[in-house]
Design a protein around this ligand. Structure first.
Ligand SMILES: Cc1cc2nc3c(=O)[nH]c(=O)nc-3n(C[C@H](O)[C@H](O)[C@H](O)COP(=O)(O)OP(=O)(O)OC[C@H]3O[C@@H](n4cnc5c(N)ncnc54)[C@H](O)[C@@H]3O)c2cc1C
Length: 320
């Protein structure tokens, strides 16, 4: 019996989400009185670092076919690795990769599964996990009674925690089935923290009046080191790219700090952002619903406030 964590490594680099998943796996392993093993697939740089987050060992399936993602192939390899390593709990990030694996893997391993868990499980004879439901308005508790369990962990649900030191990486032999899809090209945004992993997010809505005004949002985001996001109508109107759209039908995020600028705070928008730890709203309408969900609110014209805010942050950073 052990806990196996699939540590994602796009382009051979481990992501923050992988450190979170291993931190989580380590805590689950402690709860169950067993070890946490990290699994990496394909060519991965410096995978031994996962030992720092609680992996007792790191196993790698070193096959170049695994460098690009194919949900069916990855599912088969992770399931076979779990069997070889005697794992009965398999954990991954609730990223787009994890979301496409969790159901397939559970079906293949005949496992009970919960996608998008948000807290450490409890185990008083029955293994229980929680996740946000109804667009984050309620928390549901699930009992998993099957011997094998598959979980995916929401981004930013718990911070990566250093508890140990690097460990050695062991190569394991697992048959890699031939994939049925061919990846011809991968386009990614370099140098930007993806929204699901971002700790700081600067988001703007229709109050911006048009795409030509986004310079002040980008400058604030760059000054803070934040990722930019937007409301749905803004993406629908092609003012901003669709991957920036947050909310019920967009990306669900839980950053430490969320700036909502010129966004009304419709329920469908809040559904994707109301798990943010601190919400700052800038809106000129004192009746804007977003103020009810805000930790801090500035009722003013954004075109006046945002440049002043950016300047103040720049001065603060220069002085500290
Ligand atoms: C099924 C369904 C799913 C949906 N999913 C999503 C989703 O995932 N995400 C999402 O965002 N929306 C979603 N929507 C749309 C949602 O209902 C709202 O229409 C949308 O969020 C509104 O976007 P907004 O706040 O940018 O624009 P508006 O509602 O037009 O609000 C603009 C705000 O800017 C303020 N403002 C204007 N000028 C200024 C200024 N100069 N200074 C300061 N403030 C200013 C206004 O007071 C206003 O509050 C969905 C809707 C449906 C029906």
């Amino acid at each position: 019996m052990s806990v196996l964590v699939f540590a994602e490594s796009p382009k051979g680099q481990l992501k923050k989400a992988a450190f979170e998943a291993v931190t989580y796996g380590h805590k689950v392993a402690q709860l169950l009185g067993t070890d946490c093993i990290a699994l990496t697939l394909g060519s991965v740089e410096g995978a031994g670092v996962l030992g720092q987050y609680g992996a007792s060992k790191v196993c790698n399936v070193a096959n170049a076919a695994l460098d690009s993602f194919d949900s069916q192939v990855h599912t088969a390899v992770i399931a076979e690795s779990a069997q070889q390593l005697g794992a009965d709990v398999v954990i991954m990030s609730h990223s787009s990769t994890g979301k496409s694996l969790v159901g397939r893997l559970a079906a293949r391993m005949n496992a009970g599964s919960v996608a998008g868990v948000n807290a450490i499980p409890t185990n008083d004879g029955v293994f229980k996990v929680t996740k946000g439901v109804f667009s984050g308005k309620a928390i549901a508790e699930y009992q998993i009674t099957s011997p094998v369990k598959v979980l995916s962990l929401m981004g930013n649900a718990l911070p990566p925690q250093v508890v140990g030191a690097d460990v050695s990486v062991e190569t394991i032999e697992v048959a890699v089935p031939a994939g049925r899809i061919t990846v011809k090209e991968v386009k990614t945004q370099d140098g930007i923290v993806p929204l699901p992993e971002a700790e700081l997010v600067v988001s703007a809505g229709r109050g911006m009046k048009g795409p030509e005004n986004w310079g002040i949002i980008e400058e604030l985001a760059t000054t803070l080191g934040a990722t930019t996001a937007c409301s749905r109508p803004v993406a629908d109107a092609d003012w901003r790219p669709h991957h920036e759209h947050v909310g019920q039908t967009g990306v669900a995020i839980r950053p430490n700090l969320y700036f909502a600028i010129g966004i009304s705070g419709a329920i469908q928008h809040l559904a994707g952002v109301n798990n943010s730890k601190v919400i700052v709203v800038i809106n000129k309408d004192p009746e804007a619903p977003f103020f009810k969900a805000a930790d801090y609110g500035i009722c003013a014209d954004l075109f006046d406030v945002v440049p002043k805010l950016t300047e103040s942050i720049k001065k603060f950073k220069a002085a500290n």
